[in-house]
Design a protein around this ligand. Structure first.
Ligand SMILES: Nc1ncnc2c1ncn2[C@@H]1O[C@H](COP(=O)(O)OP(=O)(O)OP(=O)(O)O)[C@@H](O)[C@H]1O
Length: 219
């Protein structure tokens, strides 16, 4: 479980959010929504230990590994790694033969889960937008995270590709109990895949039923 108690974050004089409280249960698939600049990414960075909180408390199991899938960015055609090599970046390199065998099994498992086995040798720069995002998802799944954060990972993808990616994530959530935090501006995907959303608004956070979300609420 992730429990956030009276969390406040300011950058200098600018208060991003103040005294926010919420809980996310293990295995939940929850949306995180709000207008530009409302503080969604700042929250995620604090949860991942990449940004300091100003005050408050976060309670999270100390074994809670977090996987992170960023927003789609194009990758140069001559990017030097193929899909498998790119996902292996998240493995710690070792010469220990036992660990290497274990790592290879892990890689195999994730490539299958993400339907990338057959195109593992494809240079990442030549992969389609959807394949690139799946490669990011595969990379995030290395080290068996218990929490997966999708930080606008579906933005700028074609609709069918968005659905493919979200279906994969949904399967991981259902089959393996992965907790998913889905940061998005897409109200349709929010409704299709999640029941509850944390709405960032007026420096505060409210837990709402996704059916309460109006189309222009966070655009
Ligand atoms: N390192 C920083 N230094 C100063 N201000 C920052 C920093 N990081 C974020 N901010 C500010 O904090 C506020 C919240 O930003 P954040 O990126 O968390 O919003 P967001 O909800 O993720 O927005 P978007 O939907 O556009 O991604 C913004 O006003 C932003 O400019």
């Amino acid at each position: 479980m992730i429990e956030v108690k009276n969390l406040t974050k300011s950058f200098g004089k600018q208060v991003v959010f103040k005294d926010i409280n919420f809980k996310i249960a293990d295995g939940e698939f929850v949306s995180i929504v709000g207008r530009n600049g409302a503080g969604k990414t700042t929250l995620v960075k604090i949860l991942m230990g990449l940004e300091k909180k100003t005050s408050g408390e976060i309670v999270m199991g100390h074994k809670n590994q977090i996987g992170y899938v960023p927003q789609f960015r194009n990758i140069d055609l001559d990017y030097p790694l193929n899909i498998e090599q790119f996902m292996r970046l998240n493995l710690k390199f070792t010469l220990n033969p036992q660990k290497r065998r274990h790592d290879s099994e892990e890689v195999e498992r994730i490539l299958q889960q993400t339907n990338l086995s057959e195109i593992r040798d494809r240079p990442l720069g030549l992969a389609s937008g959807g394949e690139k995002q799946k490669a990011y998802l595969a990379q995030a799944l290395v080290n068996r995270p218990e929490i997966l954060i999708l930080d606008e990972s579906t933005a700028s993808l074609d609709v069918d590709v968005k659905i493919q990616l979200m279906d994969l994530v949904s399967e991981l959530n259902k089959k393996h109990g992965l907790t998913v935090l889905f940061i998005t501006h897409d109200s349709e995907l929010t409704k299709r895949y999640t029941k509850r959303a944390l709405l960032f608004e007026n420096k505060s956070v409210e837990s709402i039923d996704v059916n309460q979300i109006a189309e222009d609420m966070f655009e």
